[in-house]
Design a protein around this ligand. Structure first.
Ligand code: SF4
Ligand code: SF4
Length: 97
């Protein structure tokens, strides 16, 4: 049996971008850069929405977000994420199979 690649499965999905209205926000990006040493959001997001830049800045791009809620749960120390679902008609469209 061939191993299943997550990237191939994710490619099955479709995503409708709500331009200019990201449904998840980092409340205080400066806090991420200056205070949060572990930056767990950059490691836990299955869609790779959080990127750690070379200068320690954390960049969030919600395109492709799977709405799994992991980032909302994992940012426990600083509670620095404002999380919501996308508006109706936007976001991820899962295709199983
Ligand atoms: S885990 Fe929270 S505080 Fe830390 S970098 Fe990510 S969003 Fe910022
Ligand atoms: S909800 Fe899940 S997929 Fe979306 S940004 Fe957070 S961790 Fe990533």
């Amino acid at each position: 049996m061939n191993p299943v690649k997550v990237e191939e499965k994710l490619f099955q999905n479709r995503y409708r971008v709500d331009a200019g209205r990201p449904h998840i926000r980092i409340l205080d990006p400066a806090l991420c850069q200056a205070e949060c040493r572990t930056k767990e959001c950059t490691a836990c997001c299955p869609a790779g929405c959080y990127t750690l830049e070379g200068n320690g800045e954390v960049v969030l791009i919600t395109d492709g977000c799977l709405e799994c809620g992991t980032c909302r749960i994992i940012c426990t120390t600083y509670r620095n994420i404002d999380w919501d679902y996308p508006r109706g008609g936007y976001g991820i469209l899962f295709k199983f199979g």
